[in-house]
Structures are given as structure tokens and as C-alpha cells.
Design a protein around this ligand. Structure first.
Ligand code: ADP
Ligand code: MG
Length: 291
């Protein structure tokens, strides 16, 4: 590639809000046949809100939120912030809980006065040995709306089913359509519940979904997507860094974490996923000029 074309290309990228941290990213991007996206914070706003709260046993909504807030006040997860905000909005004080422990990719475990407290997805409930099968249809109905079901168990008894909804970014559908128009496939890679992820993917016209991926599994998911050709990955979070580094081209959302930005070759300064197709089109134009 001639240095002048690369310079002109990266300069044009800057005007479009695309920061090319490495010149060779232009060439590799032009060869990409599939783009994988993280979901939360990349295709969605990353600001979930509590939409549903269903008691499953004797605890009241107030009791449930008090316990959830007590435990989630020790978590940095976006779902935790949503639960804390709801407790705050309803003026519910936090219940005293001790020994809060994160369950990676699943939720958390803590000690409440009434017993062992578990909050998280179906895998967290499996760890609690709580039987959620009688409530599976309710959770499925919430997930079909693109909401994330979050369970709570006390010891091995399911006591609540909550749901959190994270709005899809206004430009996300257009971002996927532009990539399809450019002839590339689109995948989503997320730790979220399969049915929730599939509902969001359907709304956006995404071709493939890798869901319930553990944080340390995102790298492997991208590696297997590379079987059919060069892959770009787009993400914003700390747990996206290994996937960004493994992809042929990593693109970070500029409003995301520093760790993701450091791991990426391209930064979408406007935090808008339509930047991916713009970067792809630019890379193809530059490579055409060089040939
Ligand atoms: P993602 O950010 O893509 O959802 P994570 O690995 O962070 O991936 O989380 C996977 C799933 O584990 C979440 O969708 C949620 O169901 C559950 N989870 C993780 N942390 C928490 C938490 N603090 N409270 C409730 N659920 C959680
Ligand atoms: Mg994310």
C-alpha cells in the first residue's frame, strides 16, 4: 500500500469521526467478510432499566428490591445500577447483606439475614440449585420482548423474577443494513440470555447470534467466526478487549472503556455503530485507489 493513499484515507477517516490507530487496519478492513458486534453498550445504550418485578414466593416487591439493592450495591454491572436506581426511585432502603461474591457471567451470591442470596441468570439459579422450571414460560415471555430476565433465590427457593430492558441505539438498525448492503455478514456475541439476544438480533436483522458467552469466551467466539474469512469485531467493554485483539480488525466504541480502546485498531469517535460501515467503505475505496 502506498503511504500517501493511507495518509489520505486516515485523514478522511478523521473527518468521519473514525480514528485509525494503525495504517494497516485500512487494508485488513477492506478484506473483512463478517462483522461481529458486542450487544450491551455497542448496539444498545448500555443503560438498562428495571421493567418487571414478579414475586414468586412470600417476599413482597419491597423485600425483593431491598435485598437486590443490598447485594447489587457491591457490583459494577450495568444491571446492578438499574436495580439500585429502581430501589432509590421507590425509596426502598438496602437490606443488610454480607460476603457479596460475583459469579462471572452469571450474577452474584451473598449472605442475607434470611439465608444465602443468589441473583442472576439461569446459570446462577443452577448454581443455587433453585428449580426455576415452573416459571420458565414467564421468563421466556420477557426474553421474547428483548428483556433480560434476572432471577433471585433465597437458599434454593426462587423468590423473584425481574426483567431489565436496555434500549437499542437509534442508529443500530441502519448500521446493520449498511453492512448487509456492503455484502458482509453480521453476528452478535453477548453474555446475555439466548432468547433475549435473539429478540434483539431479530429486531436489527442480524444473521448470527452467539449468546450466553462467558466473559473469557468472547475471544474463542471471534476465533471460530474467523473460520469463514476475515472478521472485524466491535465492542466497548473491558471484557471485549481479548475479542478486539483476536479479530482481524478491532473497532472500539469511542464512548467505551479505555481498555477496549487500547485493544482496538479503529476507534469510532462518535460512539455510533454506523461508523463501522463508513470505515469499511473508506477502506475499500483506499485499497481500490492503491491497486
Ligand atoms: P453481558 O454484559 O454481555 O450481559 P456478562 O458476562 O457481564 O455479559 O453477564 C452475563 C449475564 O449474567 C447477564 O446478562 C446477567 O443475566 C447475569 N449477571 C451478571 N452480573 C449480574 C449482576 N450483577 N446482577 C444480575 N445479573 C447479572
Ligand atoms: Mg458492551
Amino acid at each position: 500500500a502506498t503511504p500517501v493513499s493511507i495518509l489520505v484515507g486516515t485523514g478522511r477517516g478523521a473527518e468521519l469521526g473514525l480514528l485509525f490507530r494503525r495504517g494497516d487496519a485500512l487494508q485488513r478492513l477492506s478484506e473483512v467478510t463478517l462483522v461481529g458486534f458486542d450487544k450491551t453498550g455497542t448496539l444498545t445504550e448500555g443503560r438498562p432499566a428495571l421493567t418487571d418485578l414478579e414475586p414468586l414466593a412470600e417476599l413482597s416487591e419491597g423485600d425483593i428490591l431491598a435485598l437486590a439493592a443490598g447485594a447489587e450495591s457491591r457490583s459494577e454491572h450495568p444491571l446492578a445500577r438499574a436495580i439500585l436506581a429502581e430501589a432509590e426511585a421507590r425509596g426502598i432502603p438496602h437490606a443488610p447483606v454480607k460476603r457479596v461474591k460475583a459469579l462471572s457471567g452469571k450474577g452474584l451470591r451473598a449472605q442475607a439475614e434470611a439465608g444465602k442470596l443468589w441473583i442472576g441468570n439461569a446459570a446462577a439459579m443452577a448454581e443455587a440449585e433453585a428449580d426455576i422450571a415452573p416459571f420458565a414460560e414467564r421468563a421466556a415471555a420477557l426474553a421474547a420482548k428483548g428483556r433480560t430476565p434476572v432471577w433471585m433465590a433465597l437458599e434454593d427457593r426462587p423468590v423473584a423474577l425481574m426483567a431489565l430492558s436496555d434500549p437499542i441505539k437509534a442508529e443500530a438498525r441502519e448500521a446493520i443494513a449498511a453492512l448487509h448492503k456492503a455484502g458482509v455478514q453480521v453476528a452478535m456475541v453477548t453474555g446475555d440470555t439466548r432468547a433475549t439476544a435473539q429478540a434483539v438480533a431479530n429486531a436489527l436483522g442480524i444473521d448470527r447470534v452467539e449468546a450466553e458467552v462467558l466473559p473469557e469466551g468472547k475471544r474463542d467466539a471471534v476465533e471460530s467466526l474467523r473460520a469463514t474469512g476475515a472478521v472485524a469485531f466491535v465492542g466497548d467493554g473491558i471484557n471485549d478487549a481479548p475479542a478486539l485483539a483476536t479479530a482481524d480488525v478491532g473497532l472500539a466504541i469511542g464512548t467505551g472503556t479505555d481498555v477496549a480502546i487500547e485493544a482496538a485498531e479503529v476507534v469510532l469517535m462518535r460512539g455510533d455503530p454506523t461508523g463501522v460501515a463508513k470505515a469499511l467503505d473508506l477502506s475499500r475505496a483506499v485499497m481500490r485507489n492503491i491497486k
